[in-house]
Ligand binder design. Structure first.
Ligand code: KIV
Ligand code: NA
Length: 271
């Protein structure tokens, strides 16, 4: 099996929709790998895996640990790893140094950075030096402290111009695709028509060139999933049900049964 390449994702503009999900560990990544084009090791892992309030506490080492696990668990999907807060904003040079660590230590193909116009110079710097970059505009969770929370973007027309400039800036800077998060449908359609790289939407309507969801959200493992999430499974309930059945069987000594139990080897001469 050959891994999907950056040019193949890039070429999906106005083509077959790009299917993507997040993953943070090897086994879940292995299960989704045959069905998705792109797997993002998102810094949402801070909230999903570590119970943090925001993504701001996520470190480069955390991203590298989970990124390596996902690369080891997959063979087909393109793996993109998020650059966490504080590792790319200061200068293109520092961003490059940190992105090189992510690429070398995880074996992933590309990195993702948040921000439009303000991040364009860094995107150009990385792409020119051999690191494919996915951009992320609209609702950018690493700036929630500035925005005052997770707020849908572009719901009034006066907000559109800045986000349109962001889309153009990241496309011109050489990003191979752009996540568009938490924007109203008409703006998502407008952005998708405006640039020649694929838009991958999350909470951004069906007007995008592809979709991404946080895996735990769509599996039914998140306590309060946002409105834009469709739950394709009820794994939270499945986990609770399994734990309840196990507890009952341990207490009643129904588990372990003979088929879960090792026997002694027969040794010659032993009675
Ligand atoms: O961290 C993440 O999971 C993301 C996706 C929601 C796009 O950035
Ligand atoms: Na992210």
């Amino acid at each position: 099996v050959k891994r999907i390449t950056v040019p193949e994702i890039r070429a999906r503009k106005n083509g077959q929709p790009i299917v993507s999900l997040t993953a943070y560990h090897a086994h879940t990544a292995r299960y989704i790998d045959p069905y998705v084009d792109l797997i993002l090791v998102g810094d949402s892992l801070g909230m999903v895996m570590y119970g943090m309030e925001t993504t701001l506490g996520v470190t480069l080492d955390m991203m590298i640990a989970h990124g390596s696990a996902v690369v080891r668990g997959t063979e087909r999907a393109l793996v993109v790893v998020d650059m966490p807060f504080g590792t790319y904003e200061e200068s293109p040079q520092i961003a490059f140094r940190n992105a090189v660590r992510v690429i070398k230590e995880t074996g992933c193909t590309a990195v993702k950075v948040e921000g439009g116009a303000r991040t364009a110079e860094t995107i150009r710097y990385l792409v020119d030096r051999g690191i494919p970059v996915m951009a992320h505009i609209g609702l950018t969770p690493q700036s929630t402290q500035v925005m005052g929370g997770f707020k849908t973007q572009g719901r009034t027309k006066d907000e559109w111009a800045a986000i349109e400039e962001d889309a153009k800036a990241v496309a011109e800077a050489g990003a191979f695709a752009v996540v568009v998060e938490g924007v109203a449908e008409p703006l998502a359609a407008r952005l998708t028509g405006l640039i020649d790289i694929p838009t991958v939407g999350i909470g951004a309507s069906s007007a995008c060139d592809g979709q991404i969801l946080v895996l735990e959200d769509m599996l039914g493992l998140s306590p309060r999933p946002p409105k834009f999430v469709k739950e394709y499974a009820t794994m939270g309930a499945a986990i609770a049900g399994a734990a309840e059945a196990y507890a009952e069987e341990v207490r009643s000594r129904a588990f372990p049964a003979p088929e879960h139990t090792y026997k002694m080897k027969k040794v010659d001469g032993e009675v």
